[in-house]
Structure formats: C-alpha cells, structure tokens
Design a protein around this ligand. Structure first.
Ligand code: NAD
Ligand code: TYD
Length: 372
C-alpha cells in the first residue's frame, strides 16, 4: 500500500524530535515517517527504541547541510512534508562556537529549503508543507517589572513577572549566537514562502522540559546533579525567568499546526507558565529529594551561584492565544504535575542518563556507522 503521506522529521533523534516522531508514528500508521538526523552528541537513537521497528518508521543518518544527499533522500522517498527540528540548540555551546550554529541552523535550514524547492516546485506546491520549528528566543528578552512575582498576574491577562509577552508580531531581537542563528533561519523560511510560494508554517515555542532532554540543559542537568549530590550551578542570582512547557504538549502543537495551520503563518507555543530560575531549582530539589526518600529540600545546600552567562536574557514569556483561539490547542499539564512526572522519569531511567553523560552511545554509533 502506498503511504498517504511521507514526512521527514529532521532532528528526530533529539529531545523534542523524538517525542514528535513517537507521536506521529503512533498516530498516523498510514504515513511514512522518516527521521533524518546526523546523530550529533544530542542525537540518541535510544530515545526511540519503542518505535524503531514500526513498519511506518525509517531512520536515515544524514547531515541537513549536505544538500545533494538531502535532495536525493527527498526525491527517492517521494517526500511531501518536512518538519524541521534539526539544530544546535544549547545557548552556552553557541557562545563557545558560533560558527557551528551558523552552519547547522542557518546553512542547514537553507540547504533543506532549497532541496525541497528543487524537488517540489516543478510538481506544484499543492499538498506540500515545510514546518519550521523555532524558539521564542528570537524575540529577545523582556523586562521584569514585578521582581517578587504576582501569582495573580496571569488572571489579570499579564504574567507574574510583567504584563508584556512575545506575540507573533513582536520584532525580532535575538541576543545569543543560538537565537541569532534561529532568527536567521526563520527569515529564510519566510523568504521561501514570499519569494517562491513554498507552503510554510513557523512555530516559536518557549522552553521545553520532559523525558529524554540532554543533561546540559537546566532541568535534566540539575536532576542528575541532585541524584549524585553534585553542585547546582545557578547563573547570576537565579533571577532570570523562563516560560516552561511539557515537551509532549509541544509535540501535539506541532502536529496540529503542521496539519491545520494556515500557510505563511506563524504560531507561538507556550503554557503561560513563567518561573524564576531559583524558584524552579528549589522545586526540583524538593521533588527529587522527596522521590528519592531524602528529607525534602535537604539538598538545597548544593545550590551554588556561579558567574552569569554572557548576554543572559532576563525574561521570556510567550503569548500563545492565537494557537488556542484559531486551532484550539491548550497545554495539558500543570507545571508541578509535569515536573513530578519528569523527575520520576529521570530517576527511573538512570541508565539512560548514565549512558548520555558518559557518551557511551557515541561509541556505539561509531561502531555502527563506521565512524561516520
Ligand atoms: P536537541 O539538541 O535535543 O536535538 C537536536 C537534534 O538535531 C539532534 O538529534 C541532533 O543530532 C540533530 N542535528 C544537529 N545537527 C544536525 C545536522 N546538521 N543534520 C541533521 N541533524 C542534526 O534539540 P531540541 O531541544 O530537541 O530542539 C529541537 C528544535 O526545537 C530545535 O530547532 C530548537 O531550536 C527548537 N526549540 C527547542 C526548545 C527547547 O526548549 N529545547 C524550545 C523551542 C524550540
Ligand atoms: P537552558 O536550559 O540552557 O535553556 P535556555 O538558555 O535556552 O533558556 O537554561 C534555562 C535557564 O537556566 C537559563 O536562564 C540559564 C539557566 N541555567 C543556569 O542557571 N545554570 C545552568 O547550569 C544552566 C544549564 C542553565
């Protein structure tokens, strides 16, 4: 039987990509889902063990920057949709190696766009779609007007730390090499829509958390450190505010926008869930201690204030009203519930954490793919 649709998900072996691949493989048995991933340090096929043998799933190891290879994959598989997540995603790494971020996030996106254009344009754009997955960090940073936070902020139509939000029309103002590269890739995607008529949608999401996140990002890093009673390096005074969303809610939103979003449009995704870093760290300590049977909060003495990140964005807060009103999406989990589920997952999957922190899976790839 011919599949109804053939989709490429780039970066499907990463954190968000693996949740999206799982969702799509399970929800659409008549689609062919191709996971195209280079398997950098952040890509881990162990994230997809439960779906790797499904008949509607294929993994292809490739680099999105490799234009000829990508085009050949599109043509030979008759691909009609792309959901693009492959990227370098960690701000601290981007500060150390901005060129890598320009290569992957900007040139990689451009290579994918051009390959899709060369394959799709001669056939006509009908039934084709390029969904670009981006971040709220492209909008820059917001001020904190209520440093103590006001829990009633959300009910008043603002946030606990300030009344302003990023909306789909907020001017781009990226500060880190990561967000600058993502911003540039967003512009290229929109340029392909405006110039060539490519059917595209763009989503800009807030900070994600949940299972399978690489433990260089705040939440899994700190859970791992609490388990092993290692210091918790809080940047600056821990006053920065982030807006957190459970990763499966993000994957559901991508599915919805990919299928029902209007071509050429942008949709912000977020849970109206702002947390000051230090409060989040205290919640993580309490939850992890409790689930480990330790005295709740005992590990707070691991909190260590360290030199602030360069150019550290103060506050992110995203307005996802458009997605809710136009497509009916809502986050499914309360934050405390999501954090409890997440901490429990890392505690139950310490082998995964151990494998990732030791880099063992990279050795496994080196053998499997002959060092490629
Ligand atoms: P991740 O770092 O966990 O995964 C990235 C994946 O991309 C990895 O599997 C990696 O192997 C792959 N990859 C990297 N370079 C590649 C290349 N040149 N060719 C092919 N594959 C390559 O990232 P994530 O946190 O899952 O983020 C996925 C996407 O979502 C990114 O585009 C990111 O900007 C965006 N995003 C992330 C968040 C977040 O909180 N993590 C929030 C909003 C948007
Ligand atoms: P991170 O998970 O790197 O996401 P992003 O920088 O994309 O928001 O960081 C989340 C917040 O936590 C951010 O304000 C930086 C801060 N942070 C620390 O204080 N210490 C750490 O070790 C890390 C990784 C992050």
């Amino acid at each position: 039987m011919e599949p109804r649709k053939t989709l490429i998900i780039t970066g499907g072996a990463g954190f968000i990509g693996s949740h999206l691949v799982r969702l799509m493989v399970e929800k659409y048995p008549d689609y062919h889902i191709i996971n195209l991933d280079k398997l950098t340090y952040a890509g881990n096929l162990a994230n997809l063990k439960d779906v790797q043998d499904r008949p509607n799933y294929t993994f292809i190891k490739a680099d999105i920057c490799d234009f000829d290879v990508v085009k050949e994959i599109l043509v030979s598989n008759h691909v009609d949709g792309i959901i693009h997540l492959a990227a370098e995603s960690h701000v601290d790494r981007s500060i150390k190696d901005p060129f890598l971020f320009a290569r992957t996030n900007v040139m990689g996106t451009l290579s994918l766009l051009q390959a899709a254009r060369e394959y799709w344009e001669p056939q006509g754009w009908e039934d084709k779609r390029f969904h670009h997955v981006s971040t709220d960090e492209v909008y820059g940073a917001l001020e904190i007007s209520r440093p103590e936070g006001d829990p009633a902020g959300n009910e008043r139509g603002g946030g606990p730390y300030g009344d302003d939000f990023f909306t789909e029309t907020t001017r781009y103002s990226p500060h880190s090499p990561y967000s600058a590269a993502k911003a540039s890739s967003d512009h290229f995607v929109r340029a392909y829509h405006d110039t060539y008529g490519m059917p595209v949608v763009v989503t800009n999401c807030s900070n994600n958390y949940g299972p399978y996140q690489f433990p260089e990002k705040l939440i899994p890093l700190f859970i791992n450190n609490i388990i092993h009673r290692k210091p918790l390096p809080v940047y600056g005074r821990g006053e920065n505010v982030r807006d957190w969303l459970y990763v499966e809610d993000h994957a559901r939103a991508i599915d919805l926008v990919f299928h029902e979003g209007v071509s050429g449009e942008t949709y912000n995704i977020g849970g109206f869930n702002e947390w000051k870093n230090i409060d989040l760290v205290r919640l993580l300590v309490k939850t992890t201690d409790r689930l480990l049977g330790r005295s709740e909060g005992a590990d707070e003495d691991l909190i260590t204030y360290v030199t602030d990140r360069k150019g550290h964005d103060l506050r992110y807060a995203i307005d996802s009203t458009k997605l809710k009103e136009e497509l009916g999406w809502q986050p499914s989990l309360q934050f405390e519930e999501g954090i409890e589920k997440t901490v429990r997952w890392y505690l139950d999957n310490q082998e995964w954490l151990q494998g990732v922190t030791s880099g063992d899976y990279l050795k496994y790839y080196a053998e499997m793919y002959n060092g490629l």
